[in-house]
Design a binder for this molecule. Sequence first.
Ligand SMILES: [Zn+2]
Length: 261
Amino acid sequence: MNNQDNLDLELNDAEMHLYSRQILLDGWDLDAQEKLKFANVLIVGAGGIGCTTAELLARAGVGKITLIDADTIETSNLQRQIAFTPADIGQFKSDTLAKRLMQINPHIRVEFYVGKLDQSNADEFVRQQDLVLDGCDNFTTRYVVNAACKKNAIPLISASAIGFQGQLFMVDADSACYECLFPKEKMADEGLRCADSGVLATTPVVMASLQAHHALLYLGLDKSPLKEKLLLWDGLSMKQRILHFEKDTNCSTCQASLSVN
Ligand SMILES: [Zn+2]
């Protein structure tokens, strides 16, 4: 699925009007908005995180968004996956979300892929991007996304939400990575998933909004406030903590990326 109307080098009148509240913003100018227009962003997962992140980036004017998700829409998704309605049940999430983004902003390009991101295709998806946003629902995919981003030196912003709790962090080419933070052997039991443990409607939307916000800071202003930092959001106390994390000298993903780059 492609809209080819954003190949002009500059923002046209309709785009200037659409993004006028951003362009007017102190600290966000035409240059930042044009950077968004030329940005390629991959969103892994079109669920509770991906729906909100994708919609915000589409509205803000990110020029090319690629969505990947293997799942179909179920009734129990509708409580938090804000792009979907009862009429969409049984449809593929990535396809339905892509159509929604095109309705929201006809000036951007949207591509979607129905399937899993895995070892066989991760490099191909990741290397075309300026930024990867992970909102998937399982640790296996998270490690694959992290490794592909490190190997191809593409920045990654990863968000997750479970119950009343959320996490957000950024990994860059030269930084510590997800596996440094959460070594694989400690996560071997797959841990918690929304499907198993429940999640309040608002938790993924809060975390996705923070993820999209960080993506705009990075793409438009070259800012990386959460690089090598883990933001923890507690939805019961509404407190937020930010912890620094460091490279693990035994991390196999970081070692592998050193030999490639
Ligand atoms: Zn690492």
